[in-house]
Design a binder for this molecule. Structure first.
Ligand SMILES: [Zn+2]
Length: 93
């Protein structure tokens, strides 16, 4: 799992609450993705760029990842009003 213990806090909360980005000790970044699974479970994952699916925390179903908004010059989706870079939906494959 992520070691976020050495990351800064913003307004007393972990940095990623505000930024939507978890930065691992080696500098790799993971971006906030919310999903709604076919089983009804809603959750969040933090995923690297280029991830095509996230698994449900409850049933391990694979949910298809889509950008939350238009992609910018750096390949990063624009965040939605909930701060997600990506959203995921149920699609069996
Ligand atoms: Zn599920």
């Amino acid at each position: 799992m992520f070691d976020t213990s050495n990351r800064p806090f913003i307004n007393g909360n972990p940095e990623f609450w505000t930024t939507g980005i978890k930065i691992e000790p080696d500098g790799r970044k993971r971006y906030k993705c919310s999903y709604i699974c076919e089983c009804g479970h809603r959750g969040k994952r933090y995923i690297p760029l280029g991830t095509d699916h996230v698994t449900c925390h409850s049933c391990e179903y694979h949910n298809h990842v889509e950008p939350a908004g238009p992609i910018d010059l750096y390949g990063l989706p624009k965040r939605d009003r909930h701060g997600n870079f990506y959203t995921a939906i149920s699609r069996r494959w």
